[in-house]
Ligand binder design. Structure first.
Ligand code: HEM
Length: 248
């Protein structure tokens, strides 16, 4: 009798014991919460604004800088090597290009890094030093998300902000990945090939839930900043005080 319950088609050959299945399962509820943050709802409704998108890019810059530096530094680590795909996945250069498009050549002096984003990047740097196997959880959360819902969000962003010729949208483009679905299958099988002790595996699963939580906090923080700056702008207008230039 078969003891392991098969959950996928024979072609994918995945089982309940596979990390890729477990990670998807444990983060399912967090994924729903992430989708329902105000920022993600704005995207889904085709109502994402330029200030929202610009601020999101600032946060993504800080996050991917930390994530990719730590992945690079740990690229030979046995839990990182199988899922290390810089040529296909690295986002930092694309984000820099988008930031330059929106903020100009001196974008480095203009970008703002909200507090929740700093906490996320701090965690990434910490695990890069102390528990490199947890990088797997963060790489999964960001890159597989970018290759899934992210592809739809890119098309929505283009329409919402009427961007032309892919300008400002490099973040969503993966020229090194010809089929996101096939690539995701490869990525999952690589995740499943990583050898982890039971304790390490549980740690990775917990870290994935945490990774989603960090993202949710980044989105909420960003939205709060925009609401505050909107209100400040409105109240300064009603009080007829000089209106500060909105740099967002
Ligand atoms: C997968 C939609 C936000 C992380 C997916 C899939 C869809 C989707 C349709 C494919 C599901 C499948 O293949 O079974 C969306 C939408 C979002 C959103 C519409 C927001 C508007 C996010 C966010 C994150 C994220 C904010 C994390 C930061 C992931 C991950 C996967 C995924 C890691 C891969 C799941 C797996 O196959 O293991 N998303 N998503 N998503 N999403 Fe999202």
């Amino acid at each position: 009798m078969e003891t392991e319950k098969k959950t996928h088609t024979a072609a994918e050959q995945m089982t309940d014991r596979d990390l890729s299945e477990q990670i998807k399962k444990v983060t399912k509820e967090s994924h729903v919460r992430a989708e329902n943050t105000e920022l993600m709802l704005s995207f889904q409704r085709g109502k994402v604004t330029l200030p929202q998108y610009k601020l999101l890019l600032c946060s993504l810059y800080e996050i991917y800088q930390a994530l990719e530096e730590e992945l690079d530094r740990n690229s030979d680590h046995p839990s990182v090597a199988p899922i290390y795909f810089p040529a296909e996945l690295a986002r930092l250069k694309s984000i820099e290009k988008d930031l330059e498009y929106f903020y100009g050549q001196d974008w480095r002096e203009k970008i703002v890094i909200p507090a929740a984003t700093k906490r996320y990047s701090h965690r990434l740097r910490q695990i890069g030093k102390e528990n490199p196997e947890f990088l797997l959880a963060h790489a999964y959360t960001r890159y597989l998300g970018d290759l899934s819902g992210g592809q739809v969000l890119g098309r929505i962003a283009q329409k919402s902000m009427d961007l032309k010729n892919g300008d400002g949208l490099s973040f969503f483009a993966f020229p090194g990945v010809s089929s996101p679905n096939l690539f995701k299958q490869l990525y999952r099988s690589r995740m499943n090939s990583v050898e982890l002790t039971e304790q390490e595996r549980n740690g990775v699963l917990e870290e994935a839930v945490r990774a989603f939580e960090f993202n949710i906090q980044v989105f909420e923080d960003l939205q709060k900043m925009l609401t505050v700056s909107d209100n400040t702008l409105q109240s300064s207008m009603t009080q007829s005080k000089p209106v500060k230039a909105n740099t967002l």
